[in-house]
Design a protein around this ligand. Structure first.
Ligand code: ADP
Ligand code: MG
Length: 709
């Protein structure tokens, strides 16, 4: 028996069960072992049923109880109609007796128990003991129930409780796992699964061996802390999480090293004076943070291997400016650069501001898919291909489609949280090895930065340009419109501008949920705010959108009624107010991103920037989200919280974004193990060829064939 054997070789698994397990992704014995218990029950001490004499005493407390008792008065199941007659509920009742003590037992939705259980024989019962109706007689509700022979010495220790695997019920899963571990140990001895974690790492972190860890998570020994187990923080759980992180970090470290080894074909001709001259073109002085990050970029560009750097910084911290300077340096070195934005609107904005700043010093072109559709793209593409254009600004259509460069040196990906790692790789896959600068305004949690973007170097811009004002954020419910109108009007009167953000363009599907839409509620807001207004959303043509945005920027329109198309990058310094409708529908990161559109100006006459989030009927989670949103403007804090609430997959958008799927480790919970794995991996890479690490190399090879050839 081997853990890589098909599941059908496990004891008790025939073809039918084998198919059901396989249908749920459990194909090999190893998959079964990776199915960890959801929680653990503490059955280490056998209790007693409360007797009549205990009734008045304080000594009996409600809570989980493990007892051996005989059943009597076993009733037939009672079926109850659920709401709307849809679902049926069933109830089976009995009395548990232990000497003179008698306590009622009730099971819900397990009608078969009435047939299976027998009166008068001893059972081990485990479940919550509580008073019926809060102060009535004691009752055991929904206890697990097992027939016991005479020899059971205690309640059964620490019991794992599993979730189902597809259609296979938890109790069956428990038996299969226990049998599998016993079987593996019987055939291969105590070292029934190959240990691949080097001794050094095991000792350093005081972690159990793999066989022991797997045994412990599935059948913990009595001394283990139940709290640690249930929090998945036992040494055994830690071993599994750390091991998993370490494998992934080793792959990343290997990829980084490989990248370091291979050079890039192009060179920059830029000394310190060139950078200073470029910086001098800006109408302001760089912040200390910008200086530092620019230094890191300059270092990277000067190296022989291509840059792969992620710049994280809150909205408005001045990232795009750094990208612009880098592109200028590239042009001075006779290299082309590309700046890619997630939306056309943002690409167009970048194009306009870059053209304003650098247009006289380099040839800049805009490439978008709508422009291509208008078929005026051909000429531009030719000029890119023959090297006549220094900087190409566009959406990721740039990398997906046919754009060919004569000598691409630098690629900037703005707002990486919207790009997948996939796109990043597809760029590299196009055959060129440009320096890659990735910008994200939604700071991703550090733990994600280490995993998903673990092969990147990370710069952090944690300082805002001077004069930025703290944005006040208020969260109200639907009744809050009047207050919002009043506050916004005050700001409009002093020359400010305001955004009103809607979750939907028009009624349609979402209207049923009572969500405000741009088309239906927009006019009402426009009237109430009594200022010239315009509308933008994703379905408008480019020209119309441009015109409206232009009017908003120059002040002929003061109110912009919009969907989340304005989420990224739009830069209007006079905007000091934002109302977000249906705020319960937005994720934390998105809310933060939206809010970043206001308070970018420094003119004190405009008044304090204010964001009002109006929520319809927030769920408890939405309420919590909005609370965090109102309490913090720190992007990193918001990102961590966002990940805690929604999980790493959601935070990144899609699985495709390159998020490795960890079976054991949890990026939020096991953060410190991830950090340890990252550090260890860098160092372990040098020892990887030692004979004692054969098993580790095999383990790595299994995950990504050929990586370490
Ligand atoms: P980000 O890309 O991080 O959101 P930008 O680079 O677009 O930030 O900068 C936001 C705004 O702040 C722009 O209007 C930019 O011109 C301005 N800005 C950037 N750096 C500075 C600075 N050091 N001092 C003053 N204004 C700055
Ligand atoms: Mg930017």
């Amino acid at each position: 028996m081997d853990r890589r054997d098909p599941i059908t070789t496990a004891r008790g698994v025939g073809p039918v069960l084998g198919r059901r397990l396989a249908a749920a992704g459990c194909r090999r014995i190893a998959d079964l072992l990776a199915h960890l218990p959801l929680r653990y029950e503490d059955r280490r001490t056998l209790g007693r049923l409360p007797g009549a004499e205990d009734d008045a005493k304080e000594s009996v407390q409600p809570g989980p109880l493990t007892v051996v008792a005989r059943l009597e008065d076993l009733r037939r199941p009672v079926f109850l109609k659920g709401r709307a007659g849809r679902r049926r509920f069933s109830r089976v009742e009995a009395v548990a007796r232990d000497g003179a003590a008698r306590v009622g037992v009730v099971w819900f939705n397990r009608p078969y128990l009435a047939r299976q259980l027998e009166e008068g024989v001893p059972y081990l019962l485990h479940g919550p003991l509580r008073r019926r109706g809060g102060d009535g007689p004691w009752q055991l509700s929904n206890p697990s129930v097992e027939r016991i022979g005479g020899e059971e010495p205690d309640g059964g220790g620490l019991r794992p409780v599993y979730g189902r695997i597809g259609e296979v019920p938890p109790s069956r899963v428990a038996r299969l796992v226990a049998d599998a571990i016993r079987g593996l140990r019987d055939t291969s001895g105590p070292e029934w699964i190959e240990e691949w974690l080097p001794r050094e790492e095991r000792t350093k972190h005081r972690l159990p061996r793999l066989a022991e860890a797997l045994t412990e998570v599935h059948s913990p020994s009595r001394e283990t802390s139940i709290e640690d187990l249930n929090a998945r923080r036992s040494p055994a759980h830690a071993r599994l999480a750390y091991g998993e992180f370490l494998l992934q970090q080793l792959q990343l470290a290997a990829a980084r090293r490989q990248r370091r080894r291979s050079g890039k074909p192009h060179r920059y001709h830029a000394d310190a004076a060139a950078w200073t001259a470029a910086t001098g073109l800006l109408p302001f002085r760089l912040t200390g943070g910008q200086e530092r990050v620019l230094g890191e970029i300059a270092d990277d560009l000067g190296r022989k291997e291509p840059m792969l750097r992620l710049v994280q910084g809150d909205v408005g911290s001045g990232k795009t400016v750094l990208a612009a300077l880098s592109c200028l340096i590239a042009a001075r070195s006779d290299l082309q650069s590309a700046l890619m934005a997630p939306t056309e609107l943002l690409a167009e904005q970048h194009f306009v501001s870059l053209a304003r700043l650098l247009g006289s010093r380099m040839a800049i072109a805009l490439v978008t898919s709508s422009q291509r559709a208008a078929s005026d793209g051909g000429a531009v593409e030719e000029r890119i291909a023959d090297g006549g254009i220094d900087l190409v600004v566009g959406t990721h259509a740039l990398i997906e489609e046919r754009t060919r460069f004569a000598r691409l040196g630098l690629a900037v990906i703005d707002e990486q949280h919207r790009f997948g790692v996939v796109q990043r790789q597809s760029l590299a896959g196009k055959g060129f090895r440009p320096d890659l600068l990735v910008m994200t305004a939604t700071p991703i949690p550090r733990s994600l930065a280490l995993t998903v973007y673990g092969d990147l170097d990370v710069s952090i811009l944690d300082e805002m340009p001077p004069g930025r004002r703290q944005i006040e954020t208020r969260v109200t419910t639907d009744g809050g419109m009047e207050e919002a109108v009043e506050e916004v009007r005050r700001r409009l009167e002093s020359g400010g501008r305001a955004y009103v953000v809607f979750p939907l363009i028009d009624g349609g599907e979402g209207a049923a949920a009572g969500l405000p839409s741009l088309m239906e509620s927009g006019p009402k807001w426009a009237r109430a705010l009594a200022a010239p207004s315009g509308i933008v959303h994703g379905r408008l043509g480019r020209q119309e959108r441009d015109e409206t945005m232009g009017s908003f920027a120059d002040g002929s329109i003061q109110v912009l009624l919009a969907t989340t198309v304005i989420e990224v990058g739009v830069d209007v310094p006079e905007a000091t107010a934002m109302v977000i409708l249906g705020a319960e529908r937005f994720g934390l990161a998105q809310l933060h991103q939206l809010r970043g559109r206001i308070g970018r100006g420094t003119d004190p006459a405009l008044g304090e920037p204010l964001c009002i989030a109006i929520a319809g009927e927030p769920s408890p989670e939405a309420e919590r989200r909005l609370e965090v949103f109102a309490a913090s403007t720190d992007g990193f804090r918001i990102a961590e919280e966002d990940m805690r609430q929604r999980g790493p997959g959601e935070v990144l958008g899609t699985r495709q974004a390159g998020l490795p799927r960890f079976r054991f480790g949890d990026l939020a919970r096991d953060w410190s193990w991830l950090v340890a794995a990252r550090q260890d991996a860098a160092e372990l890479l040098d020892r990887l060829t030692d004979p004692e690490n054969d098993a580790l190399r095999r383990q790595l090879g299994r995950r990504i064939p050929g990586l370490l050839s």
